[in-house]
Design a protein around this ligand. Structure first.
Ligand code: FES
Length: 350
C-alpha cells in the first residue's frame, strides 16, 4: 500500500495563472490500488539535485471516476509545485503512492453538511461535495475564500454543480483582495464572519458534519466559533494545508533514552533503534535504517505517516492532523514522535 507506483500524466490543464490540473492515467492493473475516498490525497516523489522530495495533493474529482485529478498550485520556492507548472508534459511518468488520508467523509441521507475552504483547501472539499451530491440526498453549505475571482480555484466545477443541484448546494464566495458590495463576503473568512454565518445560516440547521480545509489560522478561527457556540467537537473535521517549505515548528526532536522500535508495515515486521541524544523521530530513525515508512510533509500536517502505537509511549511534538478520536484509539504521527519508553511497537496495518 505504501509503495510508489509509476503512473503517467494523461492531461495537463491550466486552471489559473499559478495552478495546473493533472489528470493521471491509472493503468487497469493499478485501479484496485488507486480506489480512493472523497478527501484523500496522493503523495508524489521527485528527485531534485540528488535529494528526494515528497509532496501530497488532494484528489478533487468524483470518487467513482476512472481517472484521478489533482490540482497543484505554485508556491514561492516550492520545488515540486514550480516544476509541476512547467517541467512536466503529457505522457511523463510520475512516482505516486496509493491514495491515503483520513480527512474523508461518507455522506448520509437527509442531512446537512457545512464546509469551509480557502484557496487550494477546496480540493479535498470538492471531492466531498461530489460525494454528497452524487451519493445522498443531503444538502451542503459551502463557504469558500480566495483572494480574487480570477484566482478562485475550481470555480467552473463548482458552477456546474450549482447548476445541477441548485436546491442542495449553497455556495458563498469570499474575496480578500477584490472589492465586494456585501461586507460579509469581503475579506478573509475570520472569526467575525463565521459568527455571523453561524447565527444567520447554520445554527437553525441540524448540521451532521463540518469540514474545514485551508491555512491553520482559518481552521482555528472557524473551530473556535463552532465550539463556543455549542457544536460538538466530534462532528468538526479539518485538514490544514501546508505550503511547500513552510516550517510548522522549531521544537527540538532529541531522543531522551535508548529505545528499540518494532514496526509492522504491509505485513512485514522490522526492528530498529533510536539512541539517546539523537535528533531523530521514529520516522527519521526508520528511514536511516532503510525501513520504508510512508511520509510526505514531515511536519505533522498530512498524516501520511499515521500509525498505531501498539506498545510503549511516545511524545508527539506537533499534531496538526489527528483528531481526538484517533488519539484515543492510539494513533500517532511517526514523523513527530519521540520514544518515551525503551520498547516501542508501531503498526501501519492496524
Ligand atoms: S509525514 Fe505528514 S504528518 Fe507525518
Amino acid at each position: 500500500m505504501y509503495e510508489f507506483h509509476k503512473v503517467k500524466i494523461k492531461n495537463i490543464q491550466q486552471e489559473t495563472n499559478d495552478a495546473v490540473i493533472w489528470t493521471l492515467d491509472i493503468p487497469v492493473y493499478y485501479q484496485p490500488t488507486f480506489i480512493w475516498q472523497a478527501g484523500q490525497h496522493l503523495t508524489f516523489k521527485k528527485n531534485v539535485n540528488g535529494e528526494e522530495i515528497r509532496r501530497s495533493y488532494s484528489i478533487f474529482n468524483p470518487s467513482n471516476s476512472d481517472d484521478i485529478k489533482v490540482l497543484i498550485k505554485k508556491v514561492d520556492g516550492g520545488l515540486f509545485s514550480q516544476a509541476a507548472q512547467s517541467e512536466y508534459k503529457v505522457g511523463d511518468t510520475l512516482e505516486v503512492m496509493a491514495p491515503t488520508g483520513h480527512f474523508v467523509m461518507v455522506p448520509q441521507d437527509d442531512k446537512n453538511y457545512a464546509m469551509f475552504a480557502a484557496g487550494s483547501g477546496i480540493t479535498p472539499v470538492l471531492g466531498m461535495i461530489y460525494e454528497v451530491l452524487h451519493h445522498s440526498n443531503s444538502h451542503i453549505n459551502l463557504y469558500y475564500g480566495n483572494s480574487t475571482v480570477q484566482s478562485t480555484l475550481l470555480k467552473s466545477q463548482l458552477a456546474d454543480l450549482k447548476d445541477q443541484y441548485p436546491e442542495r448546494l449553497s455556495i458563498s464566495y469570499f474575496l480578500s483582495q477584490e472589492p465586494i458590495d456585501v461586507a460579509l463576503y469581503s475579506g478573509r473568512i475570520n472569526t467575525d464572519k463565521v459568527i455571523t454565518i453561524f447565527k444567520k445560516e447554520l445554527q437553525q440547521l441540524d448540521i451532521a458534519g463540518y469540514y474545514l480545509c485551508g491555512p491553520g489560522g482559518m481552521i482555528d478561527e472557524v473551530k473556535a466559533v463552532l465550539t463556543e457556540n455549542g457544536v460538538d467537537k466530534t462532528i468538526i473535521h479539518s485538514e490544514q494545508f501546508l505550503s511547500e517549505g513552510q516550517v510548522m515548528s522549531e521544537k527540538k526532536k532529541t531522543a531522551t533514552l535508548d529505545s528499540g522500535v518494532m514496526v509492522t508495515i504491509d505485513g512485514v515486521t522490522s526492528r530498529y533503534e533510536i539512541k539517546q541524544g539523537e535528533d531523530k523521530t521514529l520516522l527519521d530513525a526508520a528511514l536511516d535504517s532503510k525501513i520504508k515508512m510512508p511520509y510526505s510533509c514531515k511536519a505533522g500536517v498530512c498524516a501520511t505517516c499515521r500509525c498505531k502505537l501498539a506498545e510503549g509511549e511516545v511524545e508527539m511534538l506537533n499534531n496538526y492532523s489527528l483528531e481526538d478520536w484517533e488519539l484515543e484509539k492510539g494513533y500517532i504521527l511517526s514523523c513527530q514522535s519521540l520514544p518515551k519508553t525503551k520498547k516501542i511497537v508501531i503498526d501501519y496495518d492496524g
